[in-house]
Design a protein around this ligand. Structure first.
Ligand SMILES: Cc1cc2nc3c(=O)[nH]c(=O)nc-3n(C[C@H](O)[C@H](O)[C@H](O)COP(=O)(O)O)c2cc1C
Length: 180
């Protein structure tokens, strides 16, 4: 199985760090798992303009193909203005409406404080559901004070949630594969 992580941040490194940690935890739980991190700061994904995908640049096609070829995904975003980032929403707008059908879609959100932790449930989750993703019960929210100055996660509870999310995603996706 292939697990693809998406980091929907262009400015900082916290979101990609947490998504990376989920991928690492998943690999530890299932060493046969293939993983790939799509850090959107490393790609020039074009704005959606209503043309077929073949009219967009290579990066846009590469990112969309990697998502569609994944068995399951973990999707991370920082909170921006009480919502998900524009780049992540733009990427979702490129996807067909059954992009996440039969795929577990885990959620990771970072924020300046915990005031906006419900962005995960009220803004990210409805989009993943609309695209037919199977959303695990567990998720990971990390606020800035839970990172140290080296961008390492210093909070044991966050690390435990990362492990649990990775394990739940794998077990759920294995169940889905058996039903296929
Ligand atoms: C443009 C912008 C808007 C932000 N808006 C919020 C916000 O509404 N609520 C919040 O808790 N944090 C907000 N933040 C803080 C980020 O969510 C937080 O620093 C996050 O950890 C950044 O993740 P990154 O390092 O992956 O970029 C904002 C940051 C930026 C740059």
């Amino acid at each position: 199985m292939k697990l693809v992580g998406i980091s929907g941040a262009l400015i900082g490194r916290k979101t990609s760090k947490v998504v990376h940690e989920v991928l690492q935890a998943a690999k530890t739980f299932d060493p046969d798992l293939q993983t790939e991190l799509l850090d959107l700061s490393e790609f020039e994904v074009e704005f959606v303009k209503g043309t077929p995908l073949s009219y967009y640049n290579d990066d846009t096609n590469k990112v969309v193909s990697a998502i569609l070829s994944a068995d399951f995904l973990v999707i991370g975003t920082p909170v921006y203005q009480a919502s998900i980032t524009g780049v992540l929403k733009n990427l979702f707008d490129h996807l067909p409406i059954d992009a996440f059908k039969s795929k577990v879609t885990g959620m990771v959100v970072t924020g300046g404080t915990d005031k906006h932790y419900l962005v995960m449930d009220y803004q990210l989750k409805p989009i993943l559901s609309y695209l037919k993703g199977v959303i695990p019960v567990g998720n990971v929210f990390v606020q800035n004070e839970q990172f140290d100055e080296d961008n390492e996660i210093k909070d044991a509870d966050v690390n435990s949630r990362i492990q649990k999310l990775a394990e739940e995603m794998i077990l759920l996706q294995r169940g889905i594969q058996q039903l296929k």
